[in-house]
Design a binder for this molecule. Sequence first.
Ligand SMILES: Cc1cc2nc3c(=O)[nH]c(=O)nc-3n(C[C@H](O)[C@H](O)[C@H](O)COP(=O)(O)OP(=O)(O)OC[C@H]3O[C@@H](n4cnc5c(N)ncnc54)[C@H](O)[C@@H]3O)c2cc1C
Length: 410
Amino acid sequence: MNFDDSPEEAVWRAECREFLDAHATRRTEAIDWSQSIWARNRSEAELEAHRQKAAAWQTLKYEHGWAGLTWPEAFGGRGLSSHFNAIFAEVEADYDVPMGVYAQSIGMAGPTIIAHGTDAQKARYLAPMLTGQETWCQLFSEPGAGSDLAGLRTSGLVDGDELVVNGQKVWTSNAVEAAHGMLLVRTNTDVPKHRGITYVLLDMTLPGIDIRPLKQINGRAEFNEVFLDDVRIPLDAVVGDLDAGWGPILTTLANERQGIGIGMRGGTADLIEVARHFGLSNDRTVRQELARLMEMEETIRFLSYRVRTAASRGEAPGPESSVIKLAASRRLALQGSLVMRLMGAAATLADEDTYANGYWQSYAFLGQWAARIGGGTDQVQRNIVGENVLGLPQEPRPDKGIPFRDIPTA
Ligand SMILES: Cc1cc2nc3c(=O)[nH]c(=O)nc-3n(C[C@H](O)[C@H](O)[C@H](O)COP(=O)(O)OP(=O)(O)OC[C@H]3O[C@@H](n4cnc5c(N)ncnc54)[C@H](O)[C@@H]3O)c2cc1C
């Protein structure tokens, strides 16, 4: 493990800063969280303005050769490894620019199409992703298939040169704005569950698609239910082969895991400000908890250096990614409860006249479960660590090896 930049990384970091200094405004003061899109009661106009700003920043990056850093040069990227991308994100976080908006497009759909798509799919979809013109959503989870993704039941039947799709997806982030979706359908029930799934690129404007936003506890509605009713999709939208979607799925999920945390801002220093604001920065137990939070933050930082060092040597990330996700979950839990305690009775208010426009209740407390569930829940990460690090017996898998149609349903 090495904490310092290698000479090559130091040159890259300086190059990133030079580009950002030339095109973006570096923050000189602490972030004003009351203006964050995570604050309470953001209007649709404000959210749309944020999307426009993100699209303009993405286009600018594309025009200067800074979009899709990990994509091959042949597709408009820079062909860099993920730890160079992580260094760019670290530097970018110091500037007043939107981050994380294209995680599903450039971070997940793009790499999957590059690895498994046809030449025609690459020609059609990759460039509009990089420029920020078209965004994507991920239509994987269903009411009965989340952690057990391979249990999905949305059906796809081949009819001539089309796939006719029926079923329901849920928790589809940003489906309303998305031009396309990464859709998983079951096309074969005669084989074990992982072997009968097909991965499809879905045009979100096709007839038969009904998108219904789900209002969340924090007042926002990024999540959606997506109903698919006799949606006819041309077979040339299939990624790889029919029934062979599991390979592309693993590519999407591996890229999703790599992207988690990129673009996240804020940390213990912000909570110290909250403690000061509420006159608790000299309280001994509060100071102890802040120190614990800082200790966890540093532990996570050093664990992620371990992953980055492995990546810089060309090694694939192992179960340490699950350890990091679990550690980050524990930090989010501590941060969420600490911030509520610091705010005291003020934490029960939820309107724009509350401290920081309700940002801390919305993002740090109510929002903690977004990161603790999305990308694999805490319990699922524990299973991975248990089996792959501690050598505990495997979870019982009663449906292993049996045809999907014979798996009992609830
Ligand atoms: C912020 C966010 C964004 C998301 N965006 C998308 C998206 O864009 N597209 C999409 O398709 N999905 C999305 N999801 C859905 C996400 O992938 C699922 O919520 C996740 O996979 C868990 O599935 P589930 O909600 O069905 O819970 P379940 O899998 O039903 O789990 C319920 C509970 O049982 C536990 N559990 C399940 N299996 C096991 C096991 N084997 N051992 C021990 N405990 C277990 C879980 O940990 C959990 O506590 C998003 C979720 C979040 C939170």
